[in-house]
Design a protein around this ligand. Sequence first.
Ligand code: NDP
Length: 340
Amino acid sequence: MSQENSFGWGLIGASTIAAEHMIAALRAQPGHEVVAVASSSAERARAYAERHGIAAAYGSVAALLADPAVQAVYISTTNELHHDQVLAAAAAGKQVLCEKPLALNLADALAMVKACRDAGVLMATNHHLRNAATHRKIRDLVQAGVIGKPLFARVFHAVFLPPHLQGWRIDKPQAGGGVILDITVHDADTLRFILDAEPVEAVGLSQSTSMASQGLEDGVMAVLRFDNGTLAQLHDAFTVKHGGTGIEIHGETGSIVGRNVMTQQPVGEVLLRTAAGEQGVPVEHESLYARSVAAFCAALRGEGAPAATAEDGVRSLATALAVAEACRDGRAVRIANPFA
Ligand code: NDP
């Protein structure tokens, strides 16, 4: 059997995101199979493997990495664990698709990128939103100059964190909880993708109201300045039940409105407003996660780059960390290029 027909993935983390989206996305790639799962609890790994038809279950990351059937790992543990697990995977020569936020600080994220580069393995970040047909269409319109020079963006990503996800995100600072590392990091990545520009400055105010504790924030409003001059306003929350989501890009000659687009589902609509009036822009929806994995697999074959590279993960994390610092210290925070 050729490698194309027998590519084995190991899951590091018996997680919800893998169960709800990523196992199916990995299996959607021809010849790819999820062959193993590792949990910190051997019993949970076994139950998870049984539930999802996964051949091998391990009670440690080291045991999974020693399995020769595992060629690539998908890391979706809590955020403080990503760093050590990526380093271990790289040392074992496994290809790495890691969840966002890559780490809790920039030094760790940069070390992860370096470890994978030094080991000669591919590393990518699972920022799903830039795989959405809606966001790709919005990027195409902006980059084609359809709305002229972009001046402003607004992101509406205040949602209600469903009860089954109200664990470490709302009460474990040491696990990288809080809405900024969970949601703002996605906004940053999506705006970087659409605008093809980098954030250089952040201001913000956060709140901790009805859900989060232990000093974690469950809502934030922030403004980013991009290096092309665009100002972007972000509104992210775990506590808003009926807000709806969206994104708007306002340029000198037109505006683009994405409705119901800050979501894991392949849904939403794109509207273009110019002097000619308002028109709906057709999009062909597809699974965001399957597309993310497909791009990673193509990159492994030497065809193009992953949808969100490891470097994208670092830069989007740098932006989220700057927003967190701006909220904490009550001042504008410069965002330097972490790779400079
Ligand atoms: P989960 O809470 O479902 O899983 C994280 C870890 O929690 C698992 O690795 C597991 O540890 C442990 N865990 C899970 N269920 C239980 C349980 N019943 N009892 C005890 N421990 C349990 O997190 P998510 O799936 O929501 O998020 C995981 C990662 O994925 C995070 O980094 C998050 O930011 C990211 N994410 C990304 C999304 C995207 O769209 N890109 C969407 C959602 C999450 P163990 O492995 O040791 O069993």
